[in-house]
Unconditional design. Structure first.
Length: 461
């Protein structure tokens, strides 16, 4: 309040006056009050009585007060309430307005429909829930527009395809909760640097939690960019409650401070940065690639201090790397390779890779786990990994140039097209003489470089 006055002209009828109150110098933090003032019409003074004997006459007619009011259209709004539990933890519940969502979906000027699930009362709130009615979900399914549900530091993206795949019946609730890092007890050997809050992300169909889903939901996490030393080493991780360790998920940095990943299950997620190096790579050409993969927990050394970059990589080691990159669905089917014992250290990853068709075309009765992987098999598995992650196959790939290698005749006939695809995708290239060298192996350093290319191709970094 400054004590200043301002003259406002009032018209006959109802006048609406808006008063904005804010702290001096902080206009962005304001409250707006609506005041209605009604001005009556002026009453005309009484007229002289008519002359005596004259005809009867009435007093002067006073017309009803005129009004310049326009019809007020009330915009539909989401219903927001704040719930506090017995421990004092507050959750903001937002019920999406069906009418408001319908208008957003049908507004041709909007690229996507954005729903804000927080407001200026969100400070100190640890949980956020957004509820969609059955009709609201139906409207999204009938639209080709993406709906972005924007929480304070998390953004969910939904569209008709995702909802159809989820096969939700009834209502849908999206939930995020900030988790105190003090309750996360990790047994990691390498301590990471958390650069975001820890978010417990969930989706419920009515009251049933959908922990695993048969689709991918794009999610954006907001993190503190000033805490990151090397953006290529920052990634999204989820916390595995069974092993008490953070597991690599991936994610692509869209702009500084925002990273996008695709969730296939719901859990506790965070953006973290790890730093790991080895004594024997300090002057190696692949030092950066190796450190990036080690920081994402994709590759390990042969010891805490050694990586052995020039050692040949085996079939088993390569499959384990790809399994970690793709976060493959866990398989409970046994592999039927003659030379793979059930107690093998790589057996779980091998089952996941085989069940996901990563090995299709490369191995039959024998896996040869300890033998160096051949370049033609590496190309085949990499392309299968690309198909798995992008949900495509060979029919979706069009090679625009005639790729030929001098030693093409040495490539297994059934794998020649996969070798060409891997080359066109920029994953495995030929040598300077135009040869592919399909029967040769690859070093641990060379594979680190190839895996990093795959991560970038799949937009996992």
């Amino acid at each position: 309040i400054t004590g200043e006055t301002q003259t406002i002209s009032l018209e006959v009828g109802t006048n609406t006056i808006y008063v904005k109150v804010y702290e001096n110098g902080h206009e962005e933090n304001n409250n707006i009050y609506e005041i209605q003032v009604t001005r009556l019409a002026e009453v005309a003074p009484p007229s002289d009585p008519p002359p005596s004997g004259g005809g009867g006459g009435g007093g002067g007619f006073i017309p009803p007060p005129s009004t310049n009011e326009e019809e007020v259209i009330v915009e539909p709004e989401d219903e927001v309430i704040i719930v506090e539990d017995e421990n004092g933890n507050k959750t903001m519940e937002t019920e999406i307005s069906e009418d408001k969502l319908f208008d957003l979906l049908n507004d041709a000027s909007l690229e996507f429909a954005e729903i804000l699930a927080y407001n200026n009362e969100s400070e100190g709130i640890v949980g956020f829930n957004v509820n969609f009615s059955e009709k609201a979900l139906s409207d999204i399914k009938n639209s080709d527009k993406i709906v972005k549900v924007k929480f304070k530091n998390v953004v969910f993206s939904l569209n008709s395809k995702i909802l159809e795949t989820l096969n939700v019946k009834g209502e849908l609730r999206i939930s995020t909760q900030n988790i105190d890092s003090g309750i996360i007890k990790s047994n990691e050997a390498i301590k990471g640097n958390g650069v975001s809050n820890i978010f417990d992300l969930n989706i419920f169909n009515d009251d049933e939690r959908l922990s695993k889903i048969n689709t991918e939901i794009p999610i954006t996490l907001i993190y503190n960019d000033s805490l990151v030393n090397n953006s290529e080493k920052a990634a999204v991780f989820y916390f595995n409650d069974e092993t008490n360790e953070w597991k690599y998920v991936g994610g692509k940095i869209s702009i500084d401070g925002e990273i996008i990943f695709k969730a296939r299950h719901f859990s506790k997620y965070a953006v973290r940065e790890y730093n790991k190096t080895f004594e024997d790579i300090q002057n190696h050409w692949a030092k950066n690639d190796i450190e990036i993969l080690a920081s994402k927990k994709i590759t390990n050394g042969i010891s805490e201090t050694e990586f052995a970059p020039n050692r040949a990589i085996s079939n088993a080691e390569f499959v384990v790397l790809l399994s970690r990159v793709l976060n493959l669905e866990k398989s409970f089917e046994n592999v039927d390779y003659i030379d793979v014992p059930s107690t093998a250290w790589y057996n779980e990853n091998l089952k996941d890779a085989k069940n996901s068709n990563l090995l299709k075309g490369s191995y039959e009765s024998y896996f040869y786990p300890n033998e160096p992987i051949k370049r033609e098999n590496m190309a085949n598995i990499l392309v299968n990994a690309y198909f798995y992650h992008t949900n495509t196959d060979e029919s979706n790939i069009y090679i625009t140039q005639n790729i030929r290698f001098n030693d093409e005749g040495n490539i297994l006939q059934s794998l020649r097209n996969k070798v060409k695809i891997s080359n066109s995708l920029g994953l495995i290239l030929g040598d300077d003489l135009g040869n592919f060298n399909p029967q040769d192996g690859a070093t641990r350093a060379e594979v680190s470089a190839v895996i990093k290319r795959l991560l970038k191709l799949l937009e996992l970094m």
